[in-house]
Design a protein around this ligand. Structure first.
Ligand code: PLP
Length: 382
């Protein structure tokens, strides 16, 4: 049975353009630091990719640092700023940040830093009173996500960044889930640094981008051979970087169509879910057009995922990073969702290759799995 992939926020399928570029690279090799023609060829491809990336994000090429992942970008900037500071300070993060922001922020406490976590409201938006209180504490660094990976809630980053910078903070934005789903313009966001990850837009896993304002003082996480202008040592992943360079302009150009396409699917899905009595999380907040986070009773989220997988549908549950961190989602807990509802959470996330038939078939599968004779597990009651 072929499976329907509804887990694009976890990773997107390889884009056809990425496949083409990678196929060409199978017969190529070279270390970009080598001075001979093999190295030179790779180096020029990397620089061409840097220019294309920069243009698509509205920045200068020397602001683009290639990394291995969103996780590396987030760690690099958060730790890099702390290492460059003479005195420990306060770092502000929201209660719904991805673990790749929350954990490095927490690690700064070993250097004497304080972590101030800002609350969110019941819809998953940054809570304004707590935000103002956090800024009044004069943080040195603020890290906020553009869009949440579970609920899809989009934060007003431009406005929040302006306020944080007025309060004297360096502002970082984890925009990993926004790429390809929202327009991404570094200057319009008004942040000092931005993290992106290639595999969320159809590049292979293993490449990311950190965009940094050149005026910011920070220390690299990976020190060594001095690649990426000394900002990220390690032999460059030429094939993956070239793929990203080819994809970046396509993503920027096609983003409005992809958003319109997934929005129509999201509306159909959410109408279907509402009529089936599902609880939709963050239904009243601005959200990504491709993400629906909801709960249905009868099964806990993990069991929904397994049952749906047997029916041929790949979705995610609400538990943080599923298999590695069982328990209710930290995002839903921060939103005040009762644990008994949060434990039944399911995330559907779509992309350019998802079609309306997949959504209809998914709703039909939900109906089948709710038949009393299919409930092998003790019903979860709220
Ligand atoms: N930030 C957010 C919001 C994410 O959703 C993810 C991955 O799911 C990451 C960061 C980490 O990105 P990567 O998987 O490239 O390390």
């Amino acid at each position: 049975m072929s499976a329907v992939y509804l887990d694009w926020n976890a990773t997107a399928p390889l884009h056809p353009i990425a496949r083409e570029v990678l196929a060409q690279w199978l017969d190529r090799f070279g270390n970009a630091s080598s001075r001979h023609r093999f190295g030179e060829a790779v180096r020029s491809e990397i620089e061409a990719a840097r220019h294309r990336l920069a243009e698509s994000l509205g920045v200068m090429p020397n602001q683009v640092v290639f990394t291995s992942s969103g996780t590396e970008g987030n760690n690099t900037f958060i730790k890099g700023v702390a290492w460059a500071e003479r005195q420990p300070g306060t770092v502000v993060v929201s209660a719904i940040e991805h673990p790749s922001v929350r954990e490095p922020a927490q690690q700064l406490t070993r250097l004497g830093w304080r972590v101030r976590t800002v609350a969110v409201d019941s819809q998953g938006r940054i809570e304004p009173t707590d935000w103002a209180a956090a800024l009044a504490e004069r943080p040195r660094l603020v890290s906020l996500m553009l869009a949440n990976n579970e609920t899809g809630v989009v934060q007003p980053v431009a406005e929040l960044a302006r306020e944080a910078r007025q309060a004297g903070a360096i502002v970082h934005c984890d925009a990993v889930q926004g790429w390809g789903k929202l327009p991404i313009d570094f200057a319009a966001l008004g942040v000092d640094a931005l993290t992106l990850s290639g595999h969320k837009i159809g590049a292979p896993i293993g490449v990311g981008v950190l965009v940094i304002d050149r005026r910011i003082d920070w220390a690299p996480l990976l020190a060594g051979g001095g690649q990426e202008g000394g900002r990220r040592s390690g032999t460059e992943n030429g094939a993956a970087i070239a793929t990203l360079g080819a994809l970046a302009p396509i993503v920027a150009e096609q983003q409005p169509q992809w958003a319109a396409h997934t929005l129509a699917l999201q509306q159909a899905l959410e109408e279907g879910l509402t009529s089936r009595g599902a609880t939709l999380f963050s239904a009243h907040a601005p959200r990504l057009p491709n993400t629906t986070f909801f709960a249905l009773p009868e099964r806990i989220g993990e069991n929904w995922v397994l049952a749906l997988d047997r029916e041929g549908f790949a979705v995610a549950s609400g538990s943080a990073c599923s298999s590695t961190h069982p328990g209710p989602s930290a995002t839903l807990t921060a939103m005040g969702v009762p644990a008994e509802v949060a434990q039944s959470a399911i995330r559907v996330s779509t992309g350019w290759a998802t079609d309306a038939a997949a959504i209809a078939a998914f709703l039909a599968a939900i109906d089948r799995l709710r038949q009393p004779d299919r409930l092998h597990y003790r019903a979860v009651t709220w």
